[in-house]
Design a protein around this ligand. Sequence first.
Ligand code: C2E
Ligand code: MG
Ligand code: MG
Ligand code: MG
Length: 293
Amino acid sequence: QAKRLGKNRAERFDEHLRDGAQRRFGIAAALRRAIDADNGEITVHYQPIIDLAAQRLVGVEALARWTHPEMGSVSPGDFVPVAEETGLITPLARLVLRRALGDVARWRRQPGGADLFVAVNMSALDLREPSLADAVGELLDELGLPGEALHLELTESAVMADPAQALGMLDALKLLGPSIAIDDFGTGYSSLAYLHRLPVDTIKIDREFVHALDDDSTALIEAIVALAGALGLPVVAEGVETEDQAAILGRLGVPLAQGFLFGRPTPGDIIDELVAVRAPAQPGNAGGTVHHR
Ligand code: C2E
Ligand code: MG
Ligand code: MG
Ligand code: MG
């Protein structure tokens, strides 16, 4: 078969490696340019996070987007790992933080938006950057924002890469007021002993467990909710796509949810409109609830 393809396995493997490495190299160079030039290729989209009982918008998650003039839209699944490998994640994180905090400051000035938060994803490398806490503090001051307007999302692996170091950084960040969430919970492996010691405020259940609800398997979510309850932590369910999933999550006592059912990640000006309908009901304004589509 190798002959038929005209190449032996080792050659094909080499080629695959080279393509992979070349692709990553190309992405890294283009990403560096996009970040340095801040030329509008990188944007931040926001996905609603909903209080299930009240059916109300409580915050949004900031998600980086990159549209390259030739490559088109590059998914975070492709460019975030490259940014992590090359150290570009540090300027990227600052760019996302600055935009996200600027946008949440605007929403909080809108009627009905006063208590909204924005959740920003942080990588393991961001936690190792000693100036992160200062940068967050300066941005909050500059924008006149209380720390609670910011949530920071960290995956289990980001925290477990160097737990002692993560603990130090999270303690420093916590002094500024942001809430800390463990992202994609249940997909990595984190030591419960450490989770208990970290200043964590929320657990985000990975969408894998939400989608398992379609096969009547509620056991894992129930276990995670019970565990979070024992640790005194509220949970957010990710990847909620159907009314059935939302109903089951509500019955299981999950307070917050996020997913395509409630809204896809969208540009910030769409969130302006969601905040406007969230304002207290006035004559001629249904107000308050987010309408499912
Ligand atoms: P994440 O933090 O777990 O973000 C949630 C991902 O799930 C997003 O993918 C979102 O679009 C997707 N999602 C939301 N609702 C649903 C749903 O109902 N169904 C399905 N199938 N998917 C849903 P996205 O935007 O492609 O981001 C992927 C990952 O890239 C993020 O996962 C996060 O780990 C990373 N990422 C994105 N932006 C940043 C950033 O600014 N900094 C860092 N460090 N990582 C980022
Ligand atoms: Mg996240
Ligand atoms: Mg997540
Ligand atoms: Mg996830």
